[in-house]
Design a protein around this ligand. Sequence first.
Ligand code: GLN
Length: 522
Amino acid sequence: MPRTVKTACSKYEQFSSSTTFTRGSEVLVSELIHRTAAELRDLLDRGEISAADVAEAHLERVEAVESHVNAFITVTGDIARKQARAADQRIKDGSAGPMTGIPVGLKDILCTIDAPTTAGSRILEGYVSPYDSSVVARLREQDALFIGKTNTDEFAMGSSTEHSAYKFTSNPWKLDHVPGGSSGGSAACVAANEVSISLGSDTGGSIRQPAGFCGVVGLKPTYGRVSRFGLMAFASSLDQIGPFSRTVEDSALMLGAISGKDPNDSTSVDTPVPDYRSALNGDLTGLRIGVADEYQIEGMDPRVEQSVKTAIAELERMGAEIVPISLPHTEHALATYYIIAPAEASANLARFDGVKYGLSLTQDNLLDTYLETRGKGFGAEVKRRVMLGTYALSSGYYDAYYVQAQKVRTLIKRDFDQAFENVDVIAAPTSPTVSFQKGARTDDPMQMYLSDVFTIPANMAGIPGVAIPCGYVDDLPVSMQFMGRAFDEATILRVAHAYEQNTDWHKARPPLDEAIAASAGN
Ligand code: GLN
C-alpha cells in the first residue's frame, strides 16, 4: 500500500490527474520524485509534505534504479535523513531557505566533510576532506538534502564519465549509452528522478554537454560567479560550478543559492546576485539573439543541426530578432583548450604525491614513492593530460605552446566581446551529436575531445552558458545552449525559460522504468 500525504493544492492534483500518482486530494510520497525543486518548495512551505517524505521518496528511487543508472559513487542516505529532520524543524520555525528540504546530488569532486570525495580517482579512494567546499557549506547551512556524491570522469577529465575509476554511469534514455561527462553522474541522477537538482563542474563543457546528453538543463555560470573553494581543481582559470535540473526555474533557484563573493576564493567576484527566478518573465520581444556560422562544423550530425535551426526559428516566432554574427577564432578553441587545461592540470595534480593526500604507496625513497603512487593511483586519461601539460610548460616549449595559447584565448574572448556589442545572447548547439554508445570513443581521445567543440569557447571567454533540451534524434535528447555576457546569467536563463515554456521537450521523461522492467523480464 503506497504511503500518502494530504494536500489541498489543486495545482498538483491537476498535474497528476492524468497519471496514477494521486488518489483524490492526496499526494503519494513516491510521486514526489516527479516534482521540481520549485514545486517541492511550495509543498514544503505549505506544510503539505515533510522533508522526511522528500528524502524517503528519493532514497527509494535511488534504491530502485541505481543498479541500472549508477549515477552515484557514494549514496549518503543517513546524511539526507538527518538533514531532513533539521529541515522540517527549520520550516516549522519559519527559517527555511530556497534549498531547505530539496534533494540534491553533488559531483564527487566537491569536498564534503562527512562523506568521501574521490574525484573519480583511485588516488583519493576513501579520502574525506577536512572541510566543506563553499557551495556545499551554503547548501548544508540551508539543510538541503544530500542524497549522494555523483560519478565523474577522473578529476573531471573526459566527456563520457567512462574515465571514472569506479563505475560506468548509464544514460537514463538508453542504458547502453553514455551520460556525457565529466559530470555524467550529476546529469543522470536528475534525468532519472533520483534528485531534483545536482551540482557539477564545467571546465570545457562538463555541465552543459552531459545535461544535453541526458535531456536536462545545465548551467555554467560566469567565471567568478560561484566560489570554487573546495572544488578539486582541474584547470583553475576555466573551472566553474553550476546546477543541473529538469527545469530552467530550478537552475535559477540553485544559482541564486550558490552565487556570490567568497573570501576563500579570490577569483570569486563581488557583484550583486540578482533574483534569477524573477528574471524568468517569458518575454523575448526585442531581444537580439546571435547565431554564428562557426558553430556549423563538418562531422556534425545533420539532424542535430536541424533541431537547433528549428529551435532558433521558434525563438524568432516568439519575438526575438535573429542576428548573424561571426566568431572567427572559434576553430582554434579546442586546440587552445588542450594546451591550457592540461598545463593547469599538470600543476594542480602535482599535490597528489603519496605524501599529503589519499593513496600512499610508500617505497624506499621519496622519488619511488611518487612514481609508484602516481603510477598506480592515476588512470590513463589523467596521465595523458599530465604529460601533455608538463610538456607544454617545459622550458623551451613554454613560449611556443602555453604563451601562444594564452594569446589565442584572448582573441577568442575578443570575438565574444565584439559579438555582444550587437546581440544579447548567442544561440548554438551544445554538442555536435547526441549521446553515443558506451565504448564508442574510449580508444580514440581525439573523437572524445571533439564532443566539446561547442562548449569550450565559453570557458575560454569566461562567459555563462545554459544548455536546454530542444529535440530528439534516435530517441535521444538534442540540446542547444545560450551563451551570454559575463555576469548576465539572468538573460540567458530568461531566453531558456521562454523557449522551455513554449515547447514540450523538457516534459518528456526517459523510458527508464520500462527499460528496467524489460531487463528484469529477460
Ligand atoms: N571534456 C572536457 C575535457 O575532457 C571538458 C571537461 C570539463 O569540463 N571538466 O577536458
